[in-house]
Write a protein that binds this ligand. Sequence first.
Ligand code: ZN
Length: 432
Amino acid sequence: MNHMRKEDRDMKKIDLHKLFTFIDESPTCFHAVANLEKMLDKQGFVRLHEKDTWKLEKGRKYYVNRNGSSLMAFTLPSTKSLGFRMVAAHSDSPCFKLKESPEIAADPYYLKLNVEKYGGMILSTWLDRPLSVAGRIVVKDGDGLRSCLVNLERDTAIIPNLAIHMNRDMNKGVEYNPQTDMQPIVGAVSGKGSLMKQIAKATGVKEKDILGSDLFLYNRDKCRLVGVDDAFIAGPRLDDLECAYAGMAALADCAPENYVNLCVVFDNEEVGSGTKQGAASTFLKDVLERICCGLTISREEYLCMIADSFLISADNAHALHPNHPGKADETNRPMLNGGIVIKYHGSQKYATDAYSAAVMKDLCNRADVPYQTYANRSDIPGGSTLGNIAMSQVSVSTVDIGLPQLAMHSALETAGAKDPEYLIKALRTFFQ
Ligand code: ZN
């Protein structure tokens, strides 16, 4: 057995503890953004608002969010900027979203929640585990409206499986209907109305003042190490909070020279990115233009900077599954703890090309971290990600990468314990 070196163990513990805390405390995209903002505040970043005029100073660090669910942070060099060094990840993960008027009185006893799918989730993984409710609410506040985060932080709901005695074929595969098979129970009918009361109580507002909500179910499991030698991480939302954390942590660690460093965490990647805060929106383009306005850089100079820019689109990748090796490509078979995965796709769902791959490999070599490659089997379509979607708004050389993981879009995913540190190291090298 390969025993981990003591230095590796110590290094792993330090960074993984922070990563685990971040994921545990970020049950929704809104919490992920708020927690990243707290991290940036501690590092001296200045908060900007899109509705204000920006007066930027060279050598300083800033961040701005859109919708409370997408976040962009950037650091300005004290010299003239030649271009942008950018990292993108996403803040959202597949889960269940509560519909309006979510409580269903199911006869004769149960109170259930009316939920719908958010993203391409593995439905069966949400069965038989305690779930809670989190998200944001919008409340009446004097003459205006105010947005508040909410997290019930208790075992609130559960979606029970059917007993095997009632479906003897269950282990041959089950088709789940999200409307009829996946509604969680939260209590007895007599408790109708208690969910919104608890939401109001948890946020310290009057229930009648709650005018809007984006509420989700989340898995109550915490991130932890698994394996005889702690080789694996098991946790919810590893896709893509691992990369979101690594991107922001690396950005905050580095002082930029000659380039504007930027990290963006987009919402809504799991549902196609087509919202005002998604990767297909103008958010990135708007912020890049406003950085130039704030530094009185001309349009011509801006376009020169764009031509000398690079984007690392960081979204988790599929590792080879030991029980299903035939699902992996024949020659591109990433392993957990094998390092950063560079993703390729002939039809360019991944934006990687020869040039951007070479930049990334060179970067990994300089950072002294391992890399590996991923391609779909030619007979399996695979998913899409942020890189090529964002490129419809801002066109720069882009590489798609990610950390290797198993069970992508399960309520509890598995990844390698060494890989997050590799990504942070490589991104630090990129930003320096
Ligand atoms: Zn993802």
